[in-house]
Write a protein that binds this ligand. Structure first.
Ligand code: GTP
Ligand code: MN
Ligand code: MN
Ligand code: MN
Ligand code: MN
Ligand code: MN
Length: 200
């Protein structure tokens, strides 16, 4: 395990910690942009109320709910869909760096999950998130898809990675792209080289 990482069980031992769970929902797709650029995968992120990009999910209270049940509750609030999340969807847990903007001094542990879905299910999530989700237009300004292709001049993934992200959401995205082989390593490397801005 990389430094700073904990197993799910180790993380839960810290009862004084706050816990947050987020998930990368994604699917395969045969859709082509402009009829010629393969989109390959639909990956959902969100524009948060604070203007930062992140994954859907939120704070969970392990004394009242399991991590996965808490994540499902957050998804219902933010996406308007009840999505079951299981322990098998868990990817990693780690200590979040101390944040100056945090009102609480207690340590935050972030848990990350990945769930692959059918394209039609992802589209249903997008529809619900923009209509019936309780948090739509408030805590969540909208869902966005991650462009995985690179266009001439660096548009696409490199530009997306130049935006500002909450916590370590940017690393969670990059690590997942590599681990799940959603982007070729050399293409990702090129995009990272071309991406600008604050790399949080
Ligand atoms: P409230 O309902 O207002 O409490 O928000 P929430 O429960 O939806 O919490 P939120 O999604 O903002 O997540 C809680 C904390 O986890 C944030 O303050 C960030 O520090 C962190 N966080 C949020 N999104 C992500 C993400 O995608 N990845 C990581 N690693 N951390 C995140
Ligand atoms: Mn057009
Ligand atoms: Mn929330
Ligand atoms: Mn949230
Ligand atoms: Mn919440
Ligand atoms: Mn809330």
């Amino acid at each position: 395990m990389a430094s700073g990482q904990l197993s799910r069980a180790e993380a839960l031992v810290c009862s004084g910690c706050r816990h947050a769970c987020h998930v990368m929902l994604y699917s395969d797709t045969k859709t082509k942009l402009f009829g010629r650029i393969p989109i390959r995968h639909i990956i959902l992120m969100q524009m948060r109320f604070d203007g930062l990009l992140g994954f859907p999910g939120g704070l969970v209270n392990p004394s009242e709910e399991t991590l996965e049940a808490g994540l499902s509750r957050e998804l219902l609030e933010e996406l308007g869909v009840a999505l079951p999340i299981s322990v098998e969807d868990h990817v990693d847990s780690c200590h979040a760096p101390a944040s100056s903007s945090s009102s609480s001094s207690s340590q935050l542990i972030t848990h990350f999950y990945v769930k692959k879905m059918e394209e039609e299910q992802i589209r249903e999530v997008e529809r619900a998130a923009a209509s019936t989700a309780a948090d739509h237009g408030q805590e969540v300004l909208g869902m966005v898809r991650v462009p995985l292709y690179t266009m001439k001049g660096g548009g696409g993934l490199a530009s997306f990675l130049s935006h500002s992200f909450i916590g370590n959401a940017r690393s969670q995205l990059i690590d997942s792209l590599l681990r799940l082989n959603l982007v070729a390593p050399e293409e990702l490397h090129k995009a990272l080289t071309h991406s600008l801005g604050t790399h949080t």
